[in-house]
Design a protein around this ligand. Structure first.
Ligand code: URP
Ligand code: ZN
Ligand code: ZN
Length: 465
């Protein structure tokens, strides 16, 4: 049997940092041994001076998703190839129930989008937009098929918004079947009024996206989501949390012992409302929902990551090109498709947090891989470096400089959100189930050795924390 060894590196997990060679056979980790042990291997990857970390897990992507009158520009091939280049080896994408449609139809559609295309492993959450009894029944079937989390929206009235009674019923059902409810917790109905009023006053520029979706709309939505979950006696997971007051609602809940969990995304830690206010239409690049906030929120979110009030950093990767997509909103910020690219740059950006002393190296691994694996039923198969785990591994060079420019990235979108920003720390080798999918050449340029279709659908377990 072919043996690969990653030699001479420092293995970093969510809790340990130690010197070991990592042995890989048949796609799994089969040993962690002292470098002196002298293992014979068919393939040797030299990790001297580098870290060996579990592959990144991004539990919030929107690939090939119809939204805002267009479709997100990365499909399962380009999106997962980009993920691999950035050191992410598993994604969990959102299938969407059509209003009046079944969850089965939505799941079949998303399987068809991903099969034969994904270059790294993937799972699905299901977005529920309509909640008749039949959907409640289907939730149980989906959990048996490895779709163990459901996203519900308090925002986007008439499109994705679900009323409180339906949310509450879905939560009760989730409790019966061990599923996790993920909430988009912006209170959408008043937001739509603010949007109408801004447009009526002639305010059409991208920055009005932020000015019509204030922090308080997210704070009150977060509080309501947690209250409904408390009434239903179930855990709840707040997606893409962006702001101080929403975080404080989560902290209060956790202080009361409630199982409230939350993720944030790099754009809320590194970008701000000032980017939305860039001259002309450039701010459209930064239209995502919830919106980018004033920069003073960054420190609160970093503190939340440090103190375990925020558990996960995902990307909400939902790219749209400026040309032909974002420009749908040149005359009205409300028509700019909501979403930003990010699946390829998450690990680089979060490692900046380590360099700047905002989070520890182990916490970096935890929030980008281990915690999402545990919360979303992928652990222990994925999310750590231990014997028996899938050999989804990244050799991370802490001294490699990398510019997050469009020319260096693989996401299928015509701009880079962090153009001009150079980070220090980047992957040199990325393995997906033991297969080397990305490797630096001698000049430090990334080479892709993977293939569309090599990614497998992963049946996730139920919520077990
Ligand atoms: O702007 C965003 N976030 N687009 C994707 C939809 C969502 O709410 O996650
Ligand atoms: Zn959302
Ligand atoms: Zn999203």
């Amino acid at each position: 049997m072919a043996v690969t060894v990653i030699k001479g590196g420092t293995v970093v997990t969510a809790c340990d940092t130690f010197q070991a060679d990592v042995l890989i056979e048949s796609g799994r980790i089969t040993g962690l041994v002292a470098s002196s042990a002298g293992v014979t291997a068919h393939e040797v990857i030299d990790a001297t001076g580098k870290y060996v970390i579990p592959g990144g897990i991004d539990v919030h992507t929107h690939l090939d998703m119809p939204f805002g009158g267009t479709t997100s520009s990365d499909d399962f091939e380009s999106g997962t190839v980009a993920a691999a280049h950035g050191g992410t080896t598993t994604i969990v994408d959102f299938a969407i129930q059509q209003k009046g449609g079944s969850l089965r139809q939505a799941l079949d559609t998303w399987h068809a989008k991903a099969e034969g295309k994904a270059a790294v492993d993937y799972g699905f959450h299901m977005i529920v937009t309509d909640f008749p009894q039949s959907v409640s029944d289907e939730m149980g079937q989906l959990v048996n098929e490895g779709i163990s989390s459901f996203k519900l929206f308090m925002a986007y009235p008439g499109v994705l918004l679900l009323d409180d009674q339906s949310i509450f019923k879905a939560m009760l059902r989730a409790g019966e079947i061990g599923a996790l409810i993920c909430m988009h917790a912006e209170t959408g109905l008043p937001i739509d009024v603010l949007v109408e009023r801004a447009l009526a006053a002639g305010h059409t520029a991208p920055v009005y996206h932020a000015l019509t979706r204030p922090e308080v709309a997210e704070a009150t939505g977060t509080e309501r989501a947690i209250a409904l979950a408390e009434m239903a006696k179930v855990p709840v997971y707040l997606v893409h949390l962006s702001a101080q007051r929403a975080l404080e609602r989560v902290m209060e809940a956790r202080d009361r012992g409630l199982p409230a969990y939350a993720e944030t995304c790099p754009q809320y830690l590194f970008l701000s409302q000032d980017d939305l206010a860039r001259p002309g239409f450039e701010g459209a690049k930064y239209v995502c929902t919830p919106p980018l906030r004033p920069a003073h929120h960054h420190d609160h979110l970093w503190r939340g990551l440090r103190t375990y009030d925020l558990q996960v950093v995902s990307t909400d990767h939902c790219p749209f090109c400026m040309k032909g997509q974002k420009e749908l909103g040149t005359g009205s910020f409300a028509k700019i498709p909501n979403g930003m690219p990010g699946v390829e740059t998450r690990m680089h950006l979060m490692y900046e947090g380590v360099r700047e002393g905002k989070i520890s190296l182990n916490r970096f691994v935890e929030i980008t891989s281990t915690a999402p694996a545990k919360i979303f039923g992928l652990y222990p198969r994925k999310g750590t470096v231990a014997v028996g785990c899938d050999a989804d591994l990244v050799v991370w060079d802490p001294s490699k400089k990398f510019e997050l420019s469009h020319a260096n990235l693989h996401m299928k979108v015509d701009y880079a959100a962090y153009e001009g920003k150079t980070v220090i720390g980047a992957p040199t080798h990325v393995l997906s189930r033991g297969r080397l999918v990305v490797e630096d050449d001698k000049l430090g340029r990334q080479r892709f050795h993977g293939k569309a279709g090599q990614g497998q659908f992963i049946k996730r377990g139920t919520f077990a924390l």
